[in-house]
Design a protein around this ligand. Structure first.
Ligand SMILES: CC(C)(COP(=O)(O)OP(=O)(O)OC[C@H]1O[C@@H](n2cnc3c(N)ncnc32)[C@H](O)[C@@H]1OP(=O)(O)O)[C@@H](O)C(=O)NCCC(=O)NCCS
Length: 480
């Protein structure tokens, strides 16, 4: 160790280097000044300024340059990069920094979670979420039964096309069919005890999609009969209804745009994403969400507001991650997978909702199939009937709120209206953000409403479900 310490008798190398640099610099300064005094030199070229690190500015005097000359001028009129006046916009590095910080802070959370709870991921538990009894599959049976309603719609349209049914009779059958589509699964889920909440939500989701599709099917066939009178037979006799029911769209069309072939690479990539993200969704829910929700029950019961807010903020992070993963899994991987398989050409399932600077923009762009359906079959028909824009928008949000509540309350077998109110709250929120916030502030407000709004609803439903199903059972042992 000590052998490596330099002998103090020898002049330090650093001093010599500094001395040489200073001498060279001084020489260049004197050289430049001398030439400027003499008035004729090749050091400077006309119309230019020269730079020399740390030595000041000499303006051009019409001199010619010497290639080896060190530049003398190092300052110019300029703003600091972080001042808005600089016009600097490249913050790519800052974005990377955010990602690194995000990964690091979440790695810490991940470790903390593992140390506190151990591994909670349990694939068997997932199966039990769908099935109470392995020999009874009520949700799957419900989905299979939905074929009856598809066939009723097809039969009605064929009869309408052939002129056997009058328009009024056809409309009546469609209305009854659509009403039963909403009521039948609801009653089944409420009355059959073996339907689990997750199984019920899956079945009701399928029926809701079918309701929207058959509503569109009815409307488009009627429009065709009105406008394409000569070709109406061929329209309704087509058996493309099952293609439409399977395709990733809610809006019916006689001829969907089709891609030329199935790209196997694309298909397999989407399939891989679907499988991977399903595991991730299940794993993160069990390992991250469930413990936080469980630990939030007591503060909620005690109405301990500071702890409630702390749990809400803790829940906001995993909930938001899961929502983002779900978005990619559903709107990109799954829909593209089905579309590729069916050679369905229109792949616009979402637009750039993440850039939303207003709540309105978010709802126009995040779920394109639903938005398209709302515009085509509900919003525009209302406007055409003379309803005002505000009334039509409110009606759309009301219908959307109804379906959100339907999909949550019925499977949980409790009616609390949190989802309904969350959806209806979008109207005043849209007004507020549109009126008072612009640009990045508007974008931040949209993100905040997504990050905070959803966990509030999740906590409310879970708390109420817990109180109804566990506390009441514990209070009444005879009920068990
Ligand atoms: C309510 C909702 C439909 C409003 O949509 P919007 O795009 O803001 O509505 P706009 O007023 O801008 O107009 C939409 C269309 O109607 C047309 N329109 C507007 N006023 C019109 C009028 N008086 N007469 C005829 N057409 C009119 C516009 O030209 C536009 O047509 P385009 O789509 O062909 O360009 C939309 O916010 C929505 O879909 N909300 C619900 C979303 C939802 O619940 N999603 C669930 C996801 S889980």
């Amino acid at each position: 160790m000590f052998d490596q310490i330099p002998d103090p008798g020898v002049p330090p190398v650093l001093d010599i280097v500094v001395f040489l640099q200073l001498t060279t610099c001084l020489f260049h300064v004197m050289n430049c000044l001398l030439m400027s005094c003499l008035g004729g030199s090749d050091a400077l070229r006309s119309g230019e300024t020269l730079k020399c690190a740390g030595l000041g500015i000499i303006q051009d005097q019409g001199w010619e340059p010497v290639p080896q000359t060190i530049m003398l001028i190092c300052h110019k009129l300029q703003e600091s990069l972080l001042s808005s006046a600089s016009g600097f916009k490249n913050y790519r590095g800052i974005l990377n920094w955010c990602v690194v910080m995000l990964v690091l802070s979440n790695a810490r959370l991940f470790l903390e979670n593992l140390l506190r709870y151990g591994i909670l991921v349990d694939p068997i538990q997932v199966v039990s979420l769908f099935l109470k009894d392995p020999y009874s599959w009520p949700a799957a049976c419900l989905v299979i039964v939905s074929n009856v309603f598809i066939l009723v719609a097809l039969y009605t349209e064929r009869k309408l096309a052939m002129g056997t049914f009058s328009e009024k009779l056809g409309l009546l059958i469609h209305i009854i069919n659509l009403t039963v589509i909403l009521c039948f699964p609801m009653l089944t889920v409420l009355m059959v005890p073996s339907v689990t909440p997750v199984g019920g939500a899956f079945a009701l989701g399928s029926y809701t999609i079918l309701f929207l599709k058959l509503y569109s099917y009815k409307d488009v066939n009627r429009w065709c009969r009105e406008r394409l009178a000569g070709t109406l037979m061929s329209v309704a006799l087509q058996w493309n209804l099952y293609y439409f029911v399977s395709a990733p769209t809610l809006c019916y069309e006689l001829n969907f745009p089709r891609s030329q072939s199935v790209r196997m690479g694309f298909l397999l990539r989407r399939l891989f994403e679907m499988l991977l993200l399903t595991q991730l969704l299940v794993g993160l829910t069990q390992q991250w969400m469930v413990p936080i929700i469980q630990s939030s029950m007591k503060p909620l019961q005690d109405m301990d507001y500071s702890r409630m807010i702390e749990r809400l903020l803790r829940l906001a992070v995993p909930n938001h991650f899961l929502w983002l993963i779900f978005f990619y899994w559903f709107f990109h991987s799954s829909m593209n997978f089905v579309a590729e398989l069916l050679r369905f050409g229109d792949r616009e399932f979402y637009r750039d909702w993440w850039n939303s600077e207003s709540v309105t923009y978010f709802w126009q762009n995040w779920n394109i199939p639903v938005h398209k359906w709302c515009i085509r079959h509900f919003y525009k028909p209302l406007l055409r009937k003379g309803a005002s824009k505000l009334l039509s928008q409110s009606a759309v949000f009301f219908a959307s709120a109804f379906f959100h509540e339907y999909l949550v309350s019925v499977p949980l077998r409790m009616f609390r209206l949190w989802a309904f109110m969350g959806m209806m709250a979008q109207l005043p929120l849209a007004w507020f953000v549109g009126r008072f916030l612009r640009g990045n502030y508007g974008n931040a407000a949209v993100w905040l409403s997504l990050i905070i709004g959803q966990p509030i609803a999740v906590l409310m439903y879970v708390h109420d479900y817990y109180v109804i199903n566990h506390l009441e059972e514990a209070a009444d042992p005879g009920a068990l």
